[in-house]
Design a binder for this molecule. Sequence first.
Ligand SMILES: Cc1cc2nc3c(=O)[nH]c(=O)nc-3n(C[C@H](O)[C@H](O)[C@H](O)COP(=O)(O)O)c2cc1C
Length: 350
Amino acid sequence: MYALFRSLLFALPPEQAHRVAMIGLDYTTSLPLLRTACRQLFCLEAPGLRRKYMGLTFANPVGLAAGFDKNGCYLDALACLGFGFIEVGTVTPRPQAGNPPPRLFRLPVDQALINRMGFNNEGVEALARRLQRWNERLQGEPRPIVGINIGKNKDTPNERAHEDYLTCFRALALWADYFTINVSSPNTPGLRELQGKEPLLRLLDAIQEVNNRLNRPKPILLKIAPDLTHDQLDEIAAVAKQAQLNGLIATNTTLSRTGLRTPSSRLEAIGAGGLSGAPLRQRATEVIRYLRQRLDQKILLIGVGGIDSPQAAQEKFQAGADLIQIYTGLIYKGPGLIRKILQGVQDNAQ
Ligand SMILES: Cc1cc2nc3c(=O)[nH]c(=O)nc-3n(C[C@H](O)[C@H](O)[C@H](O)COP(=O)(O)O)c2cc1C
């Protein structure tokens, strides 16, 4: 069924296909009968799938990775696909257009994507208003865990980056079940330099200082790149402990192009950007395995990168991930992937 949808969607440019798919899903799930049908088709609920971390109860361990719903426009629709949690963003204080299109490319022979979106988003105020309306409308109804992934505007220098993260944190603290500090996108010049020990500690300390003044401090996670050396990962592990992070999300997209089957002429024509999907799978798993050996079990690890099957999901869990997230797998395999992975999780638990 999804193969048919996919061939139609893949006939469109990737960004447009994303918009059409989301508007279609949004409309479908706004009709009560179809909403119920969608839920029956895609959701899998079982006590054995539930996970408790950071004081939150996740209905299951499979989440939607950041970047898919940057502005929190499709939470109702996405909730019908069976995710245990949804991460919105990356959001920046001020709205920004991102890089000029085209900025998202499919690599079908590699089951991969390259993107240089550049944090295109409507800004923190628009997201806060949308999340407020969504929460008011749900009024105590069950709803998925919502994480908010925060970043900085492109024109904010790194020395002032903490101000941008704090603006996002303060504006969204009421609506976030957890926050992800994104310092790992390759598409905002200089952002990844914030992964260095000193700037990172300064940034996280500033956030924790404000966070600790809340009645109920929010869980704080850090999202990291797959292109870090072992020494850099050691530093991240040390910072995670020192800054009392609740968890790490590994990984964002990679700058590497090794092992791709897509012709190099096509890669050159595409140009810069972060690679996601199947070619990232092994590296992301290695990062998780490395970190799990260095972090105590208290620190949550969310595995993301190239998960497109129950086997790929299992690999992440075996490497030490507590929860997982998907993005590119959803584009190539469709929303049925979530249920398939969950069935795999159930089978492996028996
Ligand atoms: C088009 C696109 C946009 C993305 N935007 C963001 C983003 O805004 N913030 C972020 O933290 N990660 C972003 N990501 C990275 C994903 O969240 C994920 O970490 C990465 O794609 C690896 O997972 P995957 O192989 O399942 O896609 C984006 C990925 C893609 C493909």
